[in-house]
Design a protein around this ligand. Structure first.
Ligand code: HEM
Length: 164
């Protein structure tokens, strides 16, 4: 059975799985740096540009990733060698990890779109603190934590399915 292009990392994942796995090692520090810039250095415009770029890059990457997962890569076939997954029954710790990961990934996508759209609408241009700040700060913190948990659970799934 055809199950997508082999990735470039030395494990069993396909190319888009490798790209997303590695991309998260970049996204998390860049997001942390952007939050540091706005919180401690008042670089509002820089924060806006970085968060918008992250949002766009993630949207494009996840778009390709989803197309690959739906139509090309049979990840279960690739995970079959793992002691944490049984392709015949679709069970194992890897499956459990995937469901936990999906809970974070789906809520992250929704919250990020909400935070970005609202920030673009409510902050002045160029962005500076205003009466909308407390709402942005509350939801943006949730968005950042959710994104971090999406990364950690995604790496865990990747390890259980394609490395172990
Ligand atoms: C999902 C995307 C975003 C995330 C995760 C995010 C994250 C954050 C966080 C965590 C803070 C609070 C830092 C603190 O604790 O003081 C913050 C502040 C801020 N963000 Fe964002 N942000 C995002 C998008 C945006 C966008 C698109 C804009 C501009 C249109 C923006 C403008 C601001 C401003 C002006 C502040 C300062 C608020 C204040 O201190 O009064 N953010 N952001």
């Amino acid at each position: 059975m055809y199950d997508g292009l082999d990735g470039f990392l030395p494990w069993r994942a396909s190319i888009t799985l490798d790209v997303v796995f590695l991309a998260m090692f970049l996204v998390i520090p860049v997001m942390g740096w952007s939050i540091y810039q706005v919180k401690y250095r008042q670089k509002y415009d820089l924060h806006k540009k970085v968060q918008l770029s992250l949002g766009i890059v993630l949207l494009i990457t996840i778009g390709f990733f989803e197309l690959d997962m739906q139509f090309f890569t049979d990840w279960g076939q690739r995970a079959n060698e793992s002691p944490y997954y049984d392709a015949a029954t679709g069970s194992g710790a890897a499956m459990c990890a995937l469901w936990i990961h999906l809970c974070f990934a789906v809520t992250t996508a929704v919250i990020w779109i909400y935070v970005i759209v609202q920030a673009l609408r409510k902050f002045p241009k160029p962005p500076v603190p205003c009466e909308y700040s407390p709402i942005h700060i509350r939801w943006a913190r949730i968005a950042a934590i959710d994104m971090s948990l999406t990364a950690v659970t995604g790496w865990t799934f990747y390890y259980l399915a394609f490395v172990a």
